[in-house]
Design a protein. Structure first.
Length: 221
């Protein structure tokens, strides 16, 4: 069984300690059970949650050793029918796919790092759909719809400047939306593509990668 750390007990970040409410604790317990199901399914090490205020854009991140950090506000309730499960699934995807946390490099090496990191973010989005199926026992269609809706909400938030783009993510949120649709073409009836399609380099890279994967024997894919 995995365990998470309470800010109420000891952890202080910047302005001081954050004490979780009963509702936030219940939400965190639910996410812990979600994470346990996923890590058990993939056969990877457990994750530990750390909740508190932290600088920078983005609501959560996976750190070395399976430490998953989240802003306290991520545990706040949303309107009926909405949830932040995609955020959790996306970070768990980084963990199960072996995407080690990397700090941004110096300016000279920024471009190659950004290209690699953006690819990891897109792959994590696609894997998050599968993780939602495992963690929530949803159908693939429902999991895709949730992921698609979350990414559109993220895009609207960026456009409205309610929050910024997390380090490593494509500057244009449309890249993430359209790449998700490319991974799950069966659900175009419940998806809307973004006005600006991914840059040619992404489309070309995706096509090349898919072609290489289909050419490999099933046991090594």
């Amino acid at each position: 069984m995995t365990r998470w750390l309470w800010l109420a007990a000891l952890v202080a970040l910047h302005a001081g300690c954050t004490i979780l409410t009963a509702g936030q604790r219940a939400h965190l317990d639910d996410w812990q059970r979600f994470a346990d199901r996923v890590t058990a399914h993939y056969g990877v090490s457990d994750v530990t949650f750390l909740v508190g205020e932290q600088p920078g854009a983005g609501g959560g991140a996976i750190r070395p050793g399976g430490l998953m950090t989240f802003q306290t506000q991520m545990l706040e309730p949303l309107p009926a029918g909405q949830s932040r499960d995609f955020l959790l699934a996306h970070e768990l995807a980084h963990w199960v796919l072996g995407h080690a946390y990397r700090r941004p490099p110096d300016e000279a090496a920024t471009s190659p790092w950004e290209a690699q990191q953006e690819r990891r973010e897109l792959d994590a989005n696609a894997e998050a759909v599968k993780i939602l199926m495992i963690g929530r026992h949803w159908s693939e269609r429902r999991a895709f719809f949730h992921a698609h809706a979350y990414l559109w909400s993220y895009r609207r938030g960026v456009e409205a400047r309610r929050y910024g783009i997390p380090v490593g993510h494509p500057i244009d949120p449309c890249v993430e939306i359209n790449d998700l649709i490319r991974h799950y073409p069966a659900y175009r009836d419940i998806s809307d593509s973004c006005p600006s399609w991914p840059e040619p380099r992404w489309a070309e890279h995706a096509a090349q990668r898919d072609a290489m994967s289909s050419a490999l024997p099933p046991d090594v894919r």
